[in-house]
Design a protein around this ligand. Sequence first.
Ligand SMILES: Cc1ncc(COP(=O)(O)O)c(C=O)c1O
Length: 375
Amino acid sequence: MKFELTRRDWLAGSSAVASGLMFSGAANAQEMSDFTAFGEPVTPDNPIRMTNNENPYGINPKAMTAIIESYKRAHTYNFGARREMIQVIAKMENLPEECIAVGAGSGEYLVATGALCGITGGNIVAPFPTFGGILRSARNFGAEIITVPVKEDMTIDMDGMRNAVNDQTTCIYFCNPNNPIPSIIDKNDLEAFCLEFSKKAMIVIDEAYYEYVRDDNFSTMAHLVKDNPNIVILRTASKIHAFANVRVGFAFAHPETMEKLMMFRSGTASYPSLMGAIASYQDPEYQKFVVDKNYESLEIMYKMFEELGMRYVKAHANFVYAHAGRPATEVRDKLRENGVLIGRAYEPFPEWIRISTAKPEETEYLVKIYKREFG
Ligand SMILES: Cc1ncc(COP(=O)(O)O)c(C=O)c1O
């Protein structure tokens, strides 16, 4: 019963303040009768956010309460919270505490791993396209970047990755599920790759969208770090936990590797953000709610793609990747005019669009506009 109340709170956002609000801004704002995740009318200045793979339901109310409460003690250097956070994750992941580091988002550890691998020169091998954080860092610290194009079916080319590794390779990066293409790597293939290639280079697997996957062919590789100093796994609270601007993320690595990574990390998660994350990670019900809604929104978009005869990649995360058949920039601009923000164009596919999931009712709005403009 308690959960039902909380759930209603999450759902309230899109309709509670609907009446009495005036439209403003764009010429065509009058025809928009829909509301964003914040319960405000959709306009170009106040768009539905389907651009940065965020969680449209926001922070779990239990986490929000924990964050607000934590401010009573936020004047202290409370290092105990970091330990408590690590204990929660250690239990969930069945990992020793010394294999876990917490920071201000996983971006911090993408920079640190990129630096660790790049500082010795050599090269980093990564699929193309993929998430750029570690690549920028490795390049800044002196590494060459070797990219391996995805296959025709838009999945990561594992044989291509094998062939691209050479004697100078210091790091191999996978984003699994990948981004901007929400594909996954077969778990047996990835594990075999890790066991073989970790003898040659550091393997970094970014599992930012891990919690969204519902496919038996996928598995985390977190279990490998206990015995293997050349494997690093990254996770974030930014996605399923909606902590994008609260900032909590994790690295899982062998203690030996952790010591090296610590030389390059920059920030730390604050006491309020840790207290929020401790509450959020221990509430699987909220996470299930978010994932269920995500798949509802995905289905709404798939239906549209099929009706419009658009090719798309089946998503294992909170975003879709679809062939618009026209420049992605044109689609993006037109949708923005109508109060919907979608992802930018990603090389090397200028006619493919990445759209993050929003609430199902917001996604219905996107469908209405997309069909009207491009159907
Ligand atoms: C694959 C991937 N890794 C990492 C991040 C950054 O996460 P954080 O907010 O934890 O720095 C993102 C953000 O979009 C992402 O898509």
